[in-house]
Design a binder for this molecule. Structure first.
Ligand code: SF4
Length: 298
């Protein structure tokens, strides 16, 4: 079980285990990790939902943010389910960074074998990657459950960190307020999908191709994070977004710090929504703010 987009599902599946990307609900009453001042609600909800899951063989977290490292430290002392911390280098322009990520995937592979998985052959991994390429979600409408962008409402992009399942009500509220979501650039949306695999490179060395594709996923945590802006520069106009809602959870320093830069860069009206993960997205206050924002886009 994992939630970070830098964990390749195909690598887990190639070991004969079932990958499950957990987007926390969060589950009511799950409290392996209590509320702690300064702890990201998404990271906490992920750990609690994962710990509450039945038949979970192992949990994979990454170093993509400090909060997840912290949750890993808390988790290993509180549950018996084996947990693994995958090092994802924040720098990506050096020769060493993608190599380190590749080595980390190999280390993850050894962890998966210890959990009862089998060492995958190149052919098996390649076959699983080819299957994923054939059914790539970019080919489908409604990636990760985003509403269809058609209709007459004001076109809005949602950008930011991950959204818990409960907070996806945000999309419905935008719709009810006269807008329509044309781009889900949150961590749980289109932005964090890996690019399609290159079939030729995949045949030569599937693990290398897997590592290269996943390592290129654009994110605010990268240093520098210019690829995120490159991705947005292509996708915002393609989607026809006239306004941007930036959502992040409190204590998510990365997105908190990015707002001003993004606002200056985008040249589009922006609304910032931060939440404590207590279901505030569905509150009258947030609804009023979204309504007022959508009105300005008409
Ligand atoms: S929301 Fe931000 S702080 Fe929380 S786990 Fe994601 S990146 Fe880390």
């Amino acid at each position: 079980m994992y939630t970070c987009p830098y964990v390749p599902a195909q690598w887990i599946a190639a070991h004969g285990l079932q990958p499950h990307r957990l987007i926390p609900a969060p589950i009511e009453g799950a409290s392996t990790i209590p509320r702690i001042e300064g702890l990201c609600p998404y990271a906490r909800a992920f750990a609690n939902d994962a710990a509450a899951g039945v038949e979970v063989t192992g949990i994979v977290l990454t170093t993509a943010c400090d909060q997840m490292r912290r949750v890993f430290d808390l988790l290993v002392h509180r549950i018996e389910t084996p947990a693994f911390l995958l090092n994802v280098p924040s720098t990506w322009q050096t020769v060493a960074a993608p190599r380190l990520y590749l080595d980390e995937l190999k280390r993850l592979g050894r962890f998966l074998v210890r959990l009862g998985g089998r060492e995958p052959s190149k052919e098996e991994l390649a076959r699983i990657m080819l299957d994923a390429t054939a059914s790539h979600p970019r080919d489908e409408d409604g990636v990760h459950g985003i509403p269809c962008g058609c209709g007459s409402g004001a076109p809005v992009a949602v950008v930011g960190g991950p959204l818990m399942q409960r907070d996806r009500v945000l999309f419905d509220i935008v719709h009810e307020c006269g807008g329509r979501i044309v781009l889900d650039a949150t961590e749980t949306g289109q932005r964090s999908l890996p690019a399609p695999f290159d079939r030729r490179r995949l045949t030569d060395d599937p693990l290398l191709e897997l590592a290269q594709v996943y390592f290129q996923i654009p994110d605010v945590s990268r240093r520098p994070n210019g690829e995120l802006y490159r991705w947005l520069a292509a996708e915002l106009p393609r989607a026809g977004a006239r306004g941007v809602i930036l959502h992040h959870y409190v204590w998510c320093d990365k997105w908190h710090a990015e707002f001003e830069r993004l606002k200056e860069w985008a040249h589009l009206p922006m609304l910032r929504l931060d939440s404590e993960g207590r279901g505030e997205m569905d509150s009258p206050r947030v609804r009023n703010r979204i309504h007022a924002f959508v009105e300005t886009l008409r």
